[in-house]
Design a binder for this molecule. Sequence first.
Ligand code: PLP
Length: 368
Amino acid sequence: MPLDAYPEHILLTPGPTPIHPRAMHAMTRPMLGHMDPEVFALNREIQDDLRVMYGAEPEGFTALLAGTGSLGMEAGFANLVEEGDEVLVCANGSFGRRMAEMAARYGARVRLVTAPLGEAIRPEDVAAQLAHGGDIRMVAVVHGETSTGVLNPVPEIAELVRGTGALLTVDAVTTAGMEPFHMAEWGVDYAYTGAQKCLSAPPGVAPVAISERALARYAARRTPTPLWYCDFEGLRDYWTRHTYHHTVPVNLHFAFHAALQAALEEGMEARQRRVQQVGEAIVSALKPLGFSPYVRRPEDRLPTVLALRLPEGFDDAGVRQALRKREISVTGGLGPTAGVIWRLGLMGEAARPGPYRALMTALEDILG
Ligand code: PLP
């Protein structure tokens, strides 16, 4: 198909988000070699900017992995879990369950803390598991559970984990870069996201941050990390010692760097306000059509992925298909929430009034 025959969709999905214009521009610059000094300088700026975005300690390590958010998730378990380690996973949706599955594949004995669909993990349930005995080596939690639009109470959970000897892994895929994230202050040891979410860069790199404590845990491993590609030491060969490990996607680094700089220039508080304002406007605009928040408690609602319950008798698939014909992409529920909710993305460049005005106009037209 010729390039200009592809539609230019307005993406209102929970990722990928519309590419930031500065990222788009940066991506098309001529290629440089991954071992060129200018690329190492670019990488250094990315590492410094990531420390700011995550609120990470200077002694830790930040980098981009050459893959999507799931690789960020996998690299954490691969490097920080060993056969037989007990790992407590908070699983109240698809991505929490993905964490549990990955941890198990890397040999963990997984214990779960769950919550009903559409509800946040309760810190007291985490506390009960931590008090239960055993030797929990890691606690893992998804900050913003994209599948249900739930925000889990990471600072409260971090407070419980602190001082137990367990590492804390946080999936920051729908939060970091759009909301303040205080890795060092909260006591998070490993955090990751995907470029295509809150930063509106193209998919293909996963920014990670690793605490000094996690690096020490890695250094004390009895066996080598089974995932060669993302072995922390291999990453440091390239990012710190500037020796060849694998060919990084240089054009994606340029795009990511531009998007991250744009985000830091805007500031996390301003981005958080932008999400809140657009989110409130959408909820008010969709209310008369019969949409209502899916997550019951306001404090459990993830600002960057609005989960809205569909009106009674609403033709979910039909309306989304009609929107698609008008080049507007909207995402429905996942698994048990399919046909029950819509998940409207408010990450990065999606959190702008323009695209949502277009949605309202199209919906009024479709629904008559
Ligand atoms: N974690 C969360 C919370 C997500 O929303 C996603 C993707 O939507 C992922 C992990 C996986 O990221 P990716 O699809 O970039 O591999």
